[in-house]
Ligand binder design. Sequence first.
Ligand SMILES: NC(=O)c1ccc[n+]([C@@H]2O[C@H](COP(=O)([O-])OP(=O)(O)OC[C@H]3O[C@@H](n4cnc5c(N)ncnc54)[C@H](OP(=O)(O)O)[C@@H]3O)[C@@H](O)[C@H]2O)c1
Length: 313
Amino acid sequence: MDYVTLGEDGPKVSEIGLGMWQAGGTAWGADVTDEGCLAAIRRAHELGVTLIDTAEGYGGGHSEEVVGRGIREIGRDNVVLATKIMAPHTRAEYVERACDGSLKRLGVHEIDIYQIHWPDPWDQASLKKTMKALEKLHKAGKIRHIGVSNFAVRDLEEARGALSNVDIVENQIHWSLLHRTVEDEVVQYCAKEGIAVLPWSPLEKGILAGKYDAGNKPTDEVRKGSRMLKDANLAESAKLVAVLHEVGAKHGKTPAQVALNWLMRQPGTVVPIPGAKSASQAGENAGAAGWKLTPAEVRRITDAATALRLDLF
Ligand SMILES: NC(=O)c1ccc[n+]([C@@H]2O[C@H](COP(=O)([O-])OP(=O)(O)OC[C@H]3O[C@@H](n4cnc5c(N)ncnc54)[C@H](OP(=O)(O)O)[C@@H]3O)[C@@H](O)[C@H]2O)c1
């Protein structure tokens, strides 16, 4: 496993992380259990993964509790812990209370990366005031670094402009071979500004593993009705999975591992955080690290993804 630094002065993390939305309960399917998620954390740790992502919003805090249990097992020093604060808690007067709640559920004294889950479209709380409140938490030693999520360039510029002593170390965004609109602007901005990108849903919620088709679709709360799971889109994505398969065979890697490695080969610092509900998924995803697609293979996969005709209307 290789390790990379997030942002100018952020933490050093494994080049692939572990997403733990799955640990929020059964939103991701009846097969999700706390034990399965803990096994995923253990396996990821064994393979050198240090970055774990969760949020106060996942299962009303249950994911943070499970991650906290995992951290106690594998040791606090072995984890770079990223969690998120969501609107309406991003109102400046609620920020510290939300952070204290996460610290308690996680059972830690300090959060390594505290991220704004998404720009607040409802209350439209002042982002400037939120950033100042986060900076206060940083000064108080409750958080080590500030991150954001789902921020466009305009949001990043406003947020950074409000910070005096620290900078944003990473932006977590929806990016996968099947979801590439972020490449137009925000990915380029982050690469230029030295802000790391953490792609969420990097496997497009399991589709890039190649196991779903018209006759076999997930029906859980998170994915049922997803536009990406329309029959026509699954048929298109199967064409890409076939290419991932072929390229992966040369490296002894699975389509999921190739899809993750493709993200890791993009400009800037890119650290995917695939979600896992079991030790075997976490193990497979960790195997996306420690090797490299060649530039020609990256181009071939990019071309195959660009040629897809997805209808996400
Ligand atoms: N900031 C945000 O707004 C935001 C939004 C979404 C997610 N996230 C974060 O990003 C993480 C990852 O995103 P995600 O969980 O939405 O999507 P993902 O990583 O693309 O997909 C995860 C799902 O794919 C399947 N899977 C995982 N590894 C697999 C493998 N090796 N082989 C076959 N199937 C596999 C599993 O579901 P099945 O086995 O049931 O198919 C798993 O639940 C989350 O856990 C969360 O921490 C953040």
